[in-house]
Design a protein around this ligand. Structure first.
Ligand code: NAD
Ligand code: 89Y
Length: 340
C-alpha cells in the first residue's frame, strides 16, 4: 500500500524527515507547507516536491492526504494538529508535543473525537542502542532491573542550527531531557515520583542547560536522568545517550561509540556493537538520530497499515510531558532537605 503524506514545517530538522520518507517504501510525500517561502522553495527543490503551500489550511483543503507530518516548532503544534483533526487526517507531530498539559490534552482529544491516529515524533527510543537495551531486558539477560542511569552530557553548539533553543525560558528539559525521560519510561516503565535540580552555566542563554532528575518508577526501580549542554569533555559525544542498568542477575552498560556490555552473573559478559547504520543521506555527527527518524516513521507506516496505536501516541506522550512539567516544578520548588 502506497500512502500519500504531506509535511508542514520545512526547517532545520525536517530535512531528516524528508530523506527518511524518501528512503522508506510505502509512503510518498506529495505536498509541502511552510509559511516561510524561502525554506518552502528550498525544500521543494531539494526533494523534487511540486505541490507547495504557504498556508496549512489551504494544503488540507487542496490535497487528499493519508497523513500529515508536522515538523514545526512547538508554538504551532496545537493549531496544526487540531487542523489535521478537523480534516480527518492522521497526524504525526514533532516533540515537544505541546507547551502545556492543557494544550496536549486538547490535541489528543481532537484526534480521538475525529477518530484519527496521532503519533508524537519521539524518536530517541527508536535509536538502535536503545532498542537493543529493551530487547536485552525482554530476553531476561539481567533479571529484573532495579536501577538505571540515563546520561546525556555535551558541549556541542546546538544553538547554531537551532537558535530558538537559546531564547526560551525553558531549555534543556523541554528540548532534550524530554527524550531522555521518554527513554527512561521506555526502559524502566512509568514514573511514580521524581525530584530535580537545574542549573544555567552558559550566561548567553535564557533557560537551564543542566538538569539532574531522580526518578522512582512505579515498578520500584530508581533512575537518574542527567543532561547537560555545558559539559566540555575529552570526547564530545553529541548526541549519544550513555546508559547503565542494574538488574537482579546482571547489568547493562551502553558506553561511548555505541558499545553495549551485557553482563550476567551466571553466564558472563557479552559485548555488542549497537552502532546505527549510516544512511546515504546522513552525517557522522547526527547519524544515530537520523536513523531513529527512519525507524519511527517506519513504525508509523506499520501502525497505519495495522490500525495499532503508535508506541508514542499522543495519549502516551502525555505521560512524558507530565515528567517534563514535574521536573520543572520540582526544580523550582526545591523540595529537598536543607543540610546546612
Ligand atoms: P525550524 O525553526 O528550523 O523550522 C520550523 C519551520 O516551521 C520554519 O521553517 C517555520 O517557518 C515553519 N512553520 C512554523 N509554523 C508554521 C505554520 N503554522 N505553518 C507553516 N509553517 C510553519 O525548527 P527545527 O529546528 O527544524 O525544529 C522543528 C521541531 O523539531 C522542533 O519542535 C524541535 O524541537 C524538533 N527537533 C526534533 C529533533 C528530534 O530528534 N526529534 C531534533 C531537532 C529538532
Ligand atoms: O532539539 C533537540 C533534539 O530533539 O535532539 C537534539 C536537539 O537537536 C538539540 O538538543
Amino acid at each position: 500500500m502506497q500512502v500519500r503524506g504531506g509535511l508542514i514545517g520545512c526547517g532545520f530538522f525536517a530535512a531528516n524527515h524528508l530523506h527518511a520518507w524518501r528512503q522508506l517504501d510505502g509512503a510518498d510525500i506529495v505536498a509541502l507547507c511552510d509559511s516561510n517561502s524561502e525554506r518552502l522553495d528550498a525544500a521543494a527543490r531539494q526533494f523534487g516536491i511540486e505541490r507547495i503551500y504557504r498556508d496549512a489550511r489551504v494544503l488540507f483543503e487542496s490535497e487528499r492526504l493519508d497523513f500529515i507530518d508536522v515538523a514545526t516548532t512547538v508554538e504551532s503544534h496545537r493549531s496544526l494538529v487540531e487542523l489535521a483533526a478537523a480534516f480527518h487526517v492522521p497526524c504525526i507531530c514533532q516533540k515537544p508535543f505541546a507547551r502545556t498539559a492543557e494544550d496536549a490534552r486538547a490535541m489528543v482529544e481532537a484526534c480521538r473525537a475525529a477518530n484519527v491516529p496521532l503519533m508524537v515524533h519521539e524518536n530517541f527510543r527508536w535509536q538502535t542502542p536503545i532498542q537493543a537495551i529493551r530487547r536485552a531486558i525482554d530476553d531476561n539477560a539481567i533479571g529484573r532491573p532495579f536501577w538505571g542511569r540515563f546520561s546525556f552530557r555535551s558541549a556541542f553548539d546546538v544553538y547554531r542550527a537551532q537558535p530558538y533553543l537559546a531564547e526560551g525560558r525553558r531549555f534543556i528539559i523541554e528540548d532534550l531531557g524530554i527524550h531522555i525521560l521518554d527513554i527512561a519510561r521506555f526502559i524502566l516503565g512509568d514514573v511514580a515520583r521524581l525530584s530535580a535540580s537545574t542549573q544555567r552555566i552558559n550566561p548567553k542563554i535564557a533557560g537551564e542547560d543542566v538538569a539532574t532528575i531522580l526518578l522512582v518508577h512505579a515498578s520500584g526501580s530508581t533512575s537518574i536522568v542527567d543532561c547537560s549542554y555545558a559539559s566540555a569533555r575529552s570526547e564530545e559525544l553529541f548526541p549519544q545517550t550513555l546508559i547503565e542498568i542494574d538488574g537482579e542477575e546482571g547489568s547493562l552498560k551502553l558506553d561511548a561509540g555505541y558499545r553495549l556490555s551485557v553482563h550476567n552473573a551466571r553466564t558472563g559478559t557479552r559485548q555488542i556493537s549497537c552502532e546505527p547504520p549510516l544512511h546515504a543521506w546522513a552525517e557522522r555527527r547526527w547519524f544515530n538520530i537520523q536513523d531513529s527518524v527512519l525507524n519511527i516513521q517506519k513504525h508509523w507506516l506499520e501502525c497505519l497499515r495495522t490500525g495499532e496505536e503508535p508506541q508514542t501516541s499522543g495519549r502516551d506522550n502525555l505521560k512524558t510531558l507530565a515528567l517534563v512539567e514535574a521536573a520543572y516544578a520540582a526544580a523550582s520548588a526545591g523540595l529537598t532537605r536543607e543540610m546546612v
